[in-house]
Design a protein around this ligand. Sequence first.
Ligand SMILES: Cc1ncc(COP(=O)(O)O)c(C=O)c1O
Length: 372
Amino acid sequence: MTSKTIPLMNLKAQYQGLARELRKCVLRALDSGAYILGPEGKAFEEEFAKSTGAKHAVGVSSGTSALSLALKAMGVEPGDEVIVPAFTFIATATAVSAVGAAPRLADVDPVTLTMDPESAAKAVTKRTKVLTPVHLYGQPADMDALTALARRRGLKVLEDCAQAHMTLFHGLQAGTMGDMAAFSFYPSKNLGAAGDAGAIVTGSERLAGLCRQLRHGGRAVGSAYEHEFIGGNDRLDDLQAAVLRVKLRHLASWIKSRRKLAAIYNEELSNLGLELPDLGQNGNKHSFHLFVIRTENRDGLMKHLQASGVGCGVYYPIPVHLQPAYRSLGYRKGDFPVAEQASLTNLALPLYPELKASEVRRVCKAVRQFFK
Ligand SMILES: Cc1ncc(COP(=O)(O)O)c(C=O)c1O
């Protein structure tokens, strides 16, 4: 990497801007002597619930555990099916497998790359319990159509908000439209910890309570060693919660920067025949965890950008149904054409709140050079 390289993401730049605050909060958490289910975790849960507009937030150890605990709390068990988009990070599907249920896949919408309600409707069977729309890259899924489908078929909805902190659908925050939602605080996410962390949000006190028990060995409420359920260890560390509390205070301004930079990209890259992300209308707002363009010549563009000192990345190169891990589901190439096409054409360009507008313009110049 030369000094002029513009990376795809830059976690160090974020840390440098917050180093004093972060060191202070980590020391405070260390000095407290309470490292698990302590005051930082509790305060973070309250602050995160407030920021998402949900009634309850439960801190857990990752986005993946948030998904599987939520499924378990909603009563998903072996023999059940859960509808998952064919184009997502694989954890949306593996969380279903982790509770012993089977993912049933649905194709994605060609514009938003989020769960296609018609394809989802076709995938529903008598065994289906839950729909898990993913607000991929920060782009809102069509929650009107998906929640209507869930109501019609008696299903629950678990929003995968791992990439969707502060995404809006018709003015409503991602995470508040389904029965439950799972957030990831993987370090590169819009709100990232200094390690693995996640949270479940829900409007239901009962479901939040179940998740609190499940993350903590299935303990009976108020009991030390009576275990009501078979739970695991999926708790959020207080050290991570302390870091997240500091970063949460900056989240709104970071998302604002992401949106501003995305608008510059869209303006500079128009007229090249690329598929560009939708900035949002009618109260929809993308939160730009990733800025992803689509082009048939993705691999050529990627090579050119790398040679020009521009970081870029593919999210994701293999759709869920073609993953070796899911061979047993019996899907084949051609089953989900939009997901397959997206996996061949997507390319993420550099985007992080500290990125300068001039750097975005330099990236765009390199893209334009390729298409000349
Ligand atoms: C869409 C999606 N779902 C789930 C996850 C899982 O989150 P974690 O890595 O925190 O387990 C991720 C994280 O990359 C994700 O992008």
